[in-house]
Design a binder for this molecule. Structure first.
Ligand SMILES: O=C(CO)[C@H](O)[C@H](O)COP(=O)(O)O
Length: 223
C-alpha cells in the first residue's frame, strides 16, 4: 500500500473539459480522483451527479474515484455512484438517519466506505463505526467551496483520529480535505494524515506536475 496518496479535487478542474483535465492531473502524478458531490441542501453549492462520474469512466479515466457525498439523504446516490464507477464513497454522519445502514449499503454496492467529519463535528461516532469504515475524511474547511483556508485546530483532530485508527489495529486511510497546500502538507502528514485532497492548489497552478512533485517532496520529509 502506498504510504501517501494525493487526491486532486476536480471541484477546481475545468468543468468544460472535465475528462481532459482529470486525465491531465493523473498524468501529472496524482493517485486518486477526488469527486465532490454537493446538493445545495446539505451544503450551499451544487456540483456533479452520477452522470459526471460515468462520463469520466466513459472518457477512459481508470484511476480510483473517491466520491465525497455532501448530500442529504445519501442512500439513493450511494447506489447511483457505485453503478457510475465510484471506488470509494464517503458520507457525513449528520446527513443520514441510519449511518450504520448507509455504510453497509456502500459496501454491499462493492465500494470501500468512508466517513466524513466536518470541522466542528465530534469524533465520537467513530467509537461505534470505526470497525466498519475503510477511510476517515477529516474536513479542514467548512464544506461547500474550494479555495478556503485550512482551519488550524484541525491538526489536533487529525492527531486524535490517527490515534483512534492505530488503536483499532485496522488499515484505514486518514484523508484531509480543505486548504491543503505545498507549504502545509508536511505538517498535516506529521499530524497523522496519509491522503491529501487538494483542489485550488493544484488546478490553480499552470503546471500540475510542479505542484504534485513539490507536495511529494514535502511528504518525503515526514518519517
Ligand atoms: O470538499 C471540498 C469543499 O467542500 C473541496 O474538496 C475542498 O475544499 C478542496 O478544495 P481546496 O483544496 O481548494 O480547499
Amino acid at each position: 500500500m502506498k504510504k501517501f496518496l494525493i487526491a486532486p479535487s476536480i471541484l477546481s478542474a475545468d468543468f468544460a473539459r472535465l475528462g481532459e483535465d482529470t486525465q491531465k492531473v493523473l498524468d501529472a502524478g496524482a493517485d486518486v480522483v477526488h469527486f465532490d458531490v454537493m446538493d445545495n441542501h446539505y451544503v450551499p453549492n451544487l456540483t456533479m451527479g452520477p452522470m459526471f462520474c460515468k462520463g469520466l469512466r466513459d472518457y477512459g479515466i481508470t484511476a480510483p474515484i473517491d466520491v465525497h457525498l455532501m448530500v442529504s439523504p445519501v442512500d439513493e446516490l450511494v447506489t447511483a455512484f457505485a453503478k457510475a464507477g465510484a471506488n470509494n464513497i464517503s458520507i457525513h454522519p449528520d446527513a443520514t438517519t441510519h449511518l450504520d445502514r448507509s455504510i453497509q449499503l456502500i459496501k454491499d454496492q462493492g465500494c470501500t466506505a468512508g466517513i466524513v467529519l466536518n470541522p466542528a463535528v465530534s469524533l465520537d461516532c467513530l467509537d461505534y463505526i470505526i470497525d466498519k469504515v475503510d477511510l476517515i475524511l477529516i474536513m479542514s474547511v467548512n464544506p461547500g467551496f474550494g479555495g478556503q483556508a485550512f482551519i488550524p485546530y484541525i491538526l489536533k483532530k487529525i492527531a486524535q483520529t490517527r490515534k483512534m485508527i492505530n488503536d483499532s489495529g485496522r488499515q484505514i486511510r486518514l484523508e484531509v480535505d480543505g486548504g491543503v497546500k505545498i507549504d502545509n502538507i508536511a505538517e498535516i502528514a506529521k499530524a497523522g494524515a496519509d491522503m491529501f485532497v487538494a483542489g485550488s492548489a493544484i488546478f490553480g497552478h499552470p503546471d500540475y506536475k510542479t505542484v504534485i512533485d513539490a507536495m511529494r517532496q514535502q511528504l518525503a520529509t515526514v518519517a
